[in-house]
Design a binder for this molecule. Structure first.
Ligand code: 7PM
Length: 276
């Protein structure tokens, strides 16, 4: 199945890698003082050279317990980088935001995908995405980032994530978002215990019944820390294992910090699939 991202056609029956580009002040060692498009652009260029297809630009920290960011602050952080990457590089620019104002501005500046960890739940978000006629990734989250990990509970996590996603797809389509512009994401770590995350990854194939390509983000996440006992900076092997499993199970986009290594892992999966 094909999708179009800012005019670029991609075959979503294949697996693509998305590099994470944080533009929050805490993501730069200088505390944000030199958080100018130049630094971000250099990182994006490297990820592209390493084989990324997408660059995911985010200005709001969704870390558990993080303070909310004003829309103006998010616009100021994200827009210059979106514009620079879209203009300079042959990458699909994805914007990690839940704010309709940021979505609209990013689409104007050349973004090819809106990545919303709140699944278009903010007032007006679905309408903005529909009007911009831009693809969107709808992610499942239980609660809000500041409290979502306090005590996540489900009767049946697979069923509840699936029904949440179908409900959000329905709302998006009612607002005018075209079904062929919708990607889905079960939202690993977003209001989920280790057990919940494992059940979702184990049954990732089930998510395909909704008929939309899947985006998966597991890179360096705490579920991998729980399994391996490793610190966040020691989770590359675990992240590659999780990426490999996701690609095997048919994910179309894998969102990662370590692009070069993940691209190699995905290439192996793709080669094996093509031989099968
Ligand atoms: C702290 C906690 C910092 C969690 C960063 C995060 C996803 C995403 C993120 C995902 C999609 C991270 C997350 N995760 N977007 N944005 N899917 N679509 O670990 O899993 O990068 S932020």
């Amino acid at each position: 199945m094909k999708m179009y991202f800012a005019g670029r056609e991609l075959d979503m029956s294949r697996c693509h890698v998305m590099g994470i580009l944080n533009v929050t002040p805490d993501s730069f060692s200088d505390g944000g003082r030199f958080n100018r498009p130049g630094v971000a652009l250099r990182r994006a260029r490297q990820m592209l050279a390493d084989g990324a297809t997408f660059i995911d630009i985010g200005g709001e920290s969704t870390r558990p317990g993080a303070a909310p960011v004003s829309v103006q602050e998010e616009l100021d952080r994200v827009c210059p980088v979106v514009e620079a990457v879209a203009r300079e590089l042959d990458a699909v620019v994805s914007v990690d935001t839940s704010a309709p104002e940021v979505m609209a501005e990013a689409a104007k500046l050349g973004a090819g995908l809106i990545n919303d960890v709140r699944g278009l739940q903010r007032e007006g978000a679905a309408e903005v995405v529909a009007r911009a006629a831009i693809p969107v990734c709808i992610m499942h989250i239980q609660g809000e980032p500041d409290t979502m990990q306090d005590c996540p509970e489900y009767r049946n996590v697979r069923r509840e994530v699936s029904s949440f996603l179908s409900a959000r797809v329905r709302v998006a389509e009612m607002a005018g978002v075209r079904p062929e512009n919708i990607l889905l994401d079960p939202g690993f770590g977003f209001g989920k215990s280790l057990e919940h995350n494992l059940q979702l990854l184990a049954s990732l194939e089930q998510m395909h019944i909704l008929g939309h390509p899947l985006l998966i983000g597991v890179s360096r996440k705490s579920m991998l820390g729980h399994i391996t006992g490793r610190d966040v900076n020691e989770r590359l092997p675990a992240s590659l294992a999780a990426a490999t499993i996701s690609a095997m199970k048919g994910a179309s986009i894998i969102r990662v910090h370590d692009v070069r290594e993940t691209v190699d892992a995905v290439r192996v999966v793709t080669a094996v699939k093509e031989a099968g």
